[in-house]
Design a binder for this molecule. Structure first.
Ligand SMILES: Nc1ncnc2c1ncn2[C@@H]1O[C@H](COP(=O)(O)OP(=O)(O)O)[C@@H](O)[C@H]1O
Ligand SMILES: [Mg+2]
Length: 352
């Protein structure tokens, strides 16, 4: 066989070397220092589309796209200066040329082989066309899903805003100030939920919300909603500087709790022109988060009993705390002080 004489592979085990190369599942091409092909295997015939007779003794340039061929001798020379196994052109995109002239992306591993005729380089070539195609398909599918998810959150937010506007419209049509206040409270609950969706699409992070940022934005929203009543009340925030991430499922009950408690403070703590401040605090305590809403107002009515409350707001809060796997407690005055503690890591999802 002509390639046998040219290759001059090691005499000891030469046959088994050839067998291993021949039956290797990747395309293999052995090249001498001058870039002359001395051995190719069956898979290389398939990958490059040549019968081996047309390649043996030919320059390896035949297998390279035109623009690569020029640089190849220098690369080859540097390999032979320091021959050790390595991937070819790491960091560069490599292409090979098929017999029909088409180019395809490849990954190439280089191995020096000692022969009687000196060191040769054995290149293992993997056609990565399919892998790249699959990766591109995956990337564009992911991109499509991301755009969709963004759109969904945008729409949910818009729909919630429509509900909020409807409640507002209803409020302006009623002459009853009590009913107006109830509608305004419901409007704030809806806006607190809409804000979570807004943050998700604004941040382009659909799995979690920074609770600190959410509470800050929620506080501003509540302040603007109680603009007229809040001139004599300041709303302070003590929120962690580092992001404290929560999933959407848990951010919503948190937001609703804060909405109820801050609303209550504005409504009940500073009646009769009393001035003071409301504080929203978020602290990490061990593996729990503590959310505090406190005010230095009039304090809870005498004999206040959370378990006996008949009104909606403070009935909702313990239910929301339950959703978070947390505990809601009313703490002693002066003023009113409410604490919600819940695990900072998500609860394992319960089967629905
Ligand atoms: N920050 C507070 N300061 C004083 N009283 C409060 C405060 N928060 C709640 N309350 C009292 O608890 C009651 C129950 O609150 P809630 O269930 O939210 O009902 P609502 O706000 O509709 O009255 C209030 O009516 C009020 O008397
Ligand atoms: Mg209330």
């Amino acid at each position: 066989m002509s390639d046998k004489t040219r290759a001059g592979t090691p005499p000891a085990g030469e046959e088994s070397f050839r067998r291993v190369v021949e039956w290797a599942p990747t395309a293999m091409v052995m090249v001498d220092r001058e870039g002359c092909i001395v051995l190719i295997n069956a898979q290389a015939e398939r990958v490059f589309g040549y019968p081996r007779e047309e390649l043996l003794g030919q320059s390896v340039d035949k297998l390279l796209p035109g623009q690569f061929a020029g640089r190849h001798p220098a690369y080859r020379e540097s390999f032979f200066k320091d021959p050790h196994p390595r991937p070819m052109g790491s960091g560069r995109d490599l292409y090979a040329r098929h017999q029909d002239g088409s180019e395809f992306p490849v990954e190439i591993g280089l191995n020096p082989i000692e022969t009687e005729e000196g060191v040769m380089v054995l290149a293992s070539i993997v056609d990565i066309t399919e892998r790249q195609r699959a990766q591109q398909k995956l990337e564009s599918a992911l991109q499509e899903k991301t755009v969709l998810l963004n759109e969904v959150h945008h729409r949910v937010k818009n729909n919630l805003q429509v509900i909020s506007s409807l409640l507002n419209l209803q409020a302006t049509h009623t002459g009853d100030p009590r009913l107006r206040a109830i509608l305004a409270e419901s409007q704030n609950r809806v806006r607190a939920m809409a804000l979570t969706h807004q943050l998700l699409y604004e941040r382009k992070d659909y799995s979690r919300i920074d609770l600190g940022e959410y509470l800050e934005r929620l506080a501003q929203l509540l302040l603007s909603s109680y603009r007229e009543d809040s001139t004599h009340i300041s709303l302070r925030r003590a929120l962690p500087a580092a992001p404290q991430f929560l999933d959407l499922e848990r951010a919503i009950p948190c937001g609703l709790v804060v909405t109820e408690l801050v609303t209550n403070a504005f409504k009940h703590a500073f009646t009769g022109g009393r001035t003071g401040e409301v504080r929203i605090e978020l602290h990490a305590v061990g593996d729990e988060l503590e959310l505090l809403v406190a005010d230095d107002g009039a304090g809870l009515p005498e004999g206040f009993d959370l378990a006996a409350v008949k009104s909606l707001g403070l009935q909702l809060v313990p239910l929301l705390a339950d959703q978070l796997g947390g505990r809601f407690t009313v703490e002693g005055g002066p003023g009113a002080r409410f604490s919600l503690r819940f695990p900072s890591v998500p609860l394992t999802r319960r089967p629905s």
